[in-house]
Design a protein around this ligand. Structure first.
Ligand SMILES: Nc1ccn([C@@H]2O[C@H](COP(=O)(O)OP(=O)(O)OP(=O)(O)O)[C@@H](O)[C@H]2O)c(=O)n1
Ligand SMILES: C[C@](O)(CO)[C@H](O)COP(=O)(O)O
Length: 248
């Protein structure tokens, strides 16, 4: 029994507007993908349960660069870098295909899926997700309560003033982060069932738990962590670079 992680790093980072693909953009002297990988590998769930196989999805033209970045970690973990796909879902599917084909993943029964775009997700969050899966929850996501009031609208193309349909009860909402954790069997089944839509951005699932929901299987939420914020824009990168009080 052991844990593997698929670390998605194949996005271009178009909204970040950097000359490098987002995963290779530096933050405090290390690239985002190295931060994310180090935090995954530092996590220790109960019983020294930790990530023993790491599959990283990379932009096809930057495979070698991502491999070079992560090479220093190869003495801590069985490491694989594979080309991603057209969508995040397709990239995760490519990572899972590489995982199941690798003999080093034979004993893996829990798989995490994590975004390099969330480089500062702390090891304690990773361990919390693994432990919730081990406790018998086959699909687990970290989530934070939302602090804004959320309204559902009726968007119409080309119309810049949108009518509100309703205010969604905020107490029921969670903003979901990564890493998300799954039993290997369930994650493979969810991706297999969703494969037909994986390459279409409009139809692909925006997270892996969404594919599990489409199967009709339950998904569970554990407490998220503000440090796991997603870096999407240049402003997010500036905020991530601010000193924090409680580095782990
Ligand atoms: N085809 C894709 C698209 C995204 N990702 C990964 O999925 C995570 C979340 O994606 P996002 O933050 O949207 O990253 P980008 O797609 O790179 O950003 P943008 O949409 O601004 O181009 C990131 O770690 C990204 O590298 C991926 O592996 N393969
Ligand atoms: C997986 C995710 O990070 C959970 O919040 C999010 O759905 C990724 O979305 P993106 O549009 O691919 O950044």
């Amino acid at each position: 029994m052991s844990v593997a992680a698929v670390l998605t790093a194949a996005g271009s980072g178009s909204r970040l507007g950097h000359s490098l693909p987002k995963a290779l953009v530096p933050l405090g002297g290390q690239s985002l993908v190295v931060h994310a990988a180090r935090n995954l590998l530092a996590a220790r769930a109960a019983g020294d349960d930790r990530v023993r196989v790491l599959v990283v999805t990379a932009p096809a033209f930057h495979l070698a660069a991502i491999e070079r970045e992560l090479a220093p970690l190869s003495d801590q973990v069985a490491l694989l870098v594979v080309a991603g796909g057209a969508t995040r879902q397709a990239s995760v599917a490519a990572g899972l295909a590489a995982l199941v084909a690798d003999p080093r993943a034979e004993g893996v029964d829990v798989v995490l899926v994590h975004d390099a775009a969330r480089p500062l997700a702390p090891p304690s969050l990773v361990a919390r997700v693994v432990e919730a899966v081990r406790e018998g929850h086959p699909a687990v996501v970290p989530g934070l309560p939302v602090t804004d009031t959320i309204k559902r609208v009726a968007p119409h193309r080309g119309v810049h003033v949108e009518p509100v349909l309703e205010t969604v009860p905020r107490a029921e909402l969670r903003a979901v982060q990564t890493p998300q954790g799954f039993t290997r069997e369930l994650l493979l089944r969810a991706h297999s069932a969703g494969a037909a839509h994986a390459h279409d951005e409009a139809l692909a699932a925006s997270d892996d738990a969404g594919l599990v929901e489409r199967l009709g299987e339950p998904v569970w939420v554990v407490a998220g962590d503000e440090r796991a914020a997603k870096i999407t824009t240049a402003r997010d990168l500036l905020i991530a670079a601010l000193p924090t009080e409680s580095a782990e």
